[in-house]
Design a protein around this ligand. Structure first.
Ligand code: ADP
Length: 412
């Protein structure tokens, strides 16, 4: 990340969700964050904006029912314009967009055709893409003079080969309805791939890694020669690993069983699999890994089982991706759990000892709160299996992509 950067200035990074707006003003050259904040509970009874600027924290309520566009207006008029130095230095707006379908394999400058294409993907991300579109519209109105860029969560996975992304369903479902595996968290997997290449001193176009992004949502990606070749999330973010409240992989026969034998309707099945399952469902306590670790150490059986299943299933994916990649240069842990939980990393690597993974317990304990580095042991003369903890930084990727696209167009 130390190459000279083509432009001076900041990028306003926006992540517009259905009831939240995350924002930051990020220096694309260094990743430094001048302003960060969140608009919360948007569209609900007590929406508010909180932010951090110049080392100080602030919070302000918004009127009842205030939406994304209101939060963006507040951001511009009450936060950015009073900080005029910062405001004047913003050169572009970078939007996180969850789904770009097959149309986008990289970030793009937003124009009418891009807006249409994001709209075409609404069926694939019905909660996220409409919110992004509203955010793009509101940002264009608030910053008519600034270029806007879309950075897609799915883009990094567009390099997956057909055998990894086609489901074993009638092919017409793919051909006619785009039903296939798309993957998510691409911006994070791309970021840690670049950092791993630097840390392991391997050219970015040659590195093979397995990247585990473990947050409330969790996914794992096999990366060959710097490109995604398989990933655990599919048509939707539900497939793959056990997550905070999502089940991850289940037998699809379960859906028929719930519907035909237990009278669940589609909405109930959706809520069950997306909101009531995963760590929360198993533990009957919490979706939060910290809470489960604390409860587990006090003997809570549900918490212990939830953590065991989470780690076991993750280990199985890592082992499977050894079969996908011809060589594994390293495994990367990232996301809130991956970056902070020594216990989860220890349990996963213990399960993988048959593949030669060995943990450096001391190094593992140190890796939290933004620390970066290796946690594998190379003391016993076996071939090293590097394992790295790398804090992800999706905002920085978005800022870099936006600045690069803007400067590339300026130099035409
Ligand atoms: P999101 O997907 O919402 O961005 P994060 O990447 O912030 O989520 O990850 C949230 C998860 O990280 C939660 O389960 C939280 O408990 C876990 N986490 C954060 N800090 C720690 C920690 N010190 N130890 C264990 N888990 C942690």
């Amino acid at each position: 990340m130390s190459t000279p950067f083509p432009v001076n200035g900041y990028v306003l990074v926006l992540n517009c969700g259905s009831s939240s707006l995350k924002f930051s003003v990020t220096d694309p050259a260094t990743g430094d964050v001048a302003l960060s904040g969140i608009g919360d509970a948007l569209g609900q009874t007590e929406p508010s904006v909180s932010w951090k600027l110049g080392g100080e924290r602030f919070s302000h309520p918004l009127p009842e029912g205030a939406r994304n566009s209101d939060a963006i207006r507040f951001l511009v008029e009450e936060i950015l314009q009073p900080a005029d130095d910062l405001y004047q230095r913003i050169i572009a707006i970078g939007h996180r967009v969850v789904h770009g379908g097959e149309k986008f394999s990289e970030s793009v400058r937003i124009d009418e055709s891009v807006i249409r294409a994001i709209r075409d993907c609404v069926a694939l991300a019905p909660l996220h893409n409409p919110a992004h579109l509203l955010g793009i519209e509101a940002a264009a109105a608030a910053f008519p003079h600034l270029p806007q860029v879309a950075v897609f969560d799915t883009a990094f996975h567009q390099t997956m080969p057909q055998h990894a992304y086609i489901y074993a369903l009638p092919y017409a479902l793919y051909r006619e309805h785009g039903i296939r595996r798309y993957g998510m968290h691409g911006t994070s997997h791309r970021f840690v791939t670049g950092r791993a290449a630097e840390l392991l001193d391997i050219p970015a176009q040659k590195i093979n890694i397995i990247s585990a992004h473990l947050g409330n949502g969790a996914s794992i990606t096999a990366i060959a020669n710097g490109k995604s070749v398989d990933t655990s999330m599919g048509l939707t973010p539900l497939e793959g690993l056990v997550m905070g409240t999502r089940s991850g992989d289940v037998d699809p026969g379960l859906l028929m069983h719930l519907g035909a034998r237990m009278d669940y309707c589609l909405k109930e099945i959706n809520d069950l699999l997306n909101k009531q399952s995963g760590l929360l469902g198993i533990s009957e306590l919490s979706n939060d890994c910290r809470t489960l670790e604390a409860a587990s150490s006090e003997g809570h059986r549900g918490a212990q089982l939830a953590l065991d299943i989470f780690c076991y299933r993750l280990s199985k994916y890592i082992a499977a991706y050894h079969g996908v990649l011809s060589r594994v240069d390293g495994v990367v842990f990232t996301g809130g759990i991956g970056e902070n939980s020594a216990l989860i990393r220890e349990k996963v690597l213990a399960q993988l000892c048959g593949l030669g993974y060995r943990l450096d317990t001391g190094a593992n304990a140190q890796m939290r709160f933004g620390a970066e580095g290796p946690i594998h042991s190379s003391t016993d003369g076996l071939q090293d299996r590097p394992v790295l903890v790398i804090p992800t930084n999706e905002e920085w990727v978005i800022a870099r992509d936006a600045a690069r696209l803007v400067s590339a167009e300026e130099s035409l």
